[in-house]
Design a protein around this ligand. Structure first.
Ligand code: BEZ
Length: 239
């Protein structure tokens, strides 16, 4: 961590806001973000630097899980404040040389943004000077098909992300939208979901009395119901 910094104000896009737009050069050609991703979910994420070990483990994992994100109609876009030739050389090294945890010959097919000017990184609050003023932190923005930010997660430089959790985040957001429910702690598809609090005393009483079919109440404000894993998976894939 860098000390004695006097951070300039930064933009920190928030949940529920439109994802700030930008144009950028990537390893897969130019992109217009988030316009090019309209109709898909997209995860925009940053990493501190090419040719570093934690980032390498993350890229190998993300690239390996890309088909699972694709099943959820979720695309991936990476970013660091390195240049395009560094990105290309690093991704080639990953494919040609790195074997890690059973992953090898890993091709990163999703775009990786070059951001030497830090313009995009600053727009998305990825430069957090208390941690580093020269590298992006590990930020994750989950953006819905209408271009609205739905989840934001920041990790420090030292910590690799949990990509199963990011898959779970997309599943949970989509399940909430599809079924009008909320998801409890550690929810996974197939686990009970939380039904919205009853809008009237009558409905709440019926629920508490066990009269609402399929709904179990732990108290008037905490009621759950089952949605099968198959139904959740069917609802959250490819939409
Ligand atoms: C890494 O990815 O290994 C890393 C990058 C920047 C700072 C610390 C670790």
């Amino acid at each position: 961590m860098e000390n004695n910094v006097n951070p300039a104000p930064v933009s920190l896009p928030r949940i529920g806001e439109k994802a700030p737009s930008f144009k950028a050069v990537t390893t897969q050609g130019p992109i217009n973000f988030p316009g090019d991703y309209e109709g898909s979910w997209v995860i925009l994420f940053s990493h501190p630097a090419d040719f570093t070990p934690v980032c390498t483990s993350e890229f190998m994992t993300f690239a390996t899980l890309e088909p699972k994100f694709s099943e959820l109609n979720c695309k991936l876009v990476g970013l660091s404040v390195d240049g395009l030739y560094s990105h290309i050389a690093w991704l080639r090294t990953i494919k040609e040389k790195i074997e890690y945890k059973g992953m090898k010959d890993v091709e990163v097919k999703f775009p990786l943004i070059e951001d030497i000017t830090m313009e995009v990184a600053k727009l998305y609050g990825m430069i957090q000077p208390g941690e580093s003023s020269t590298k992006a932190v590990r930020a994750v923005f989950v953006i819905d098909p209408k271009g609205v930010i739905r989840t934001v997660v920041y990790y420090p430089l030292s910590m690799g992300r949990n990509f199963d959790e990011l898959l779970r985040v997309v599943q949970a957001l989509k399940a909430a939208d599809e079924f009008g429910i909320a998801t409890p702690a550690d929810w996974r598809p197939g686990d009970d979901v939380i039904v919205p609090t009853a809008g009237s005393c009558g409905v709440a009483k019926d629920r508490m009395d066990g009269k609402e079919s399929g709904v179990t109440c732990h108290d008037w404000f905490f009621c759950t119901k089952k949605i099968s894993k198959d139904d959740v998976i069917k609802a959250v894939t490819k939409k």
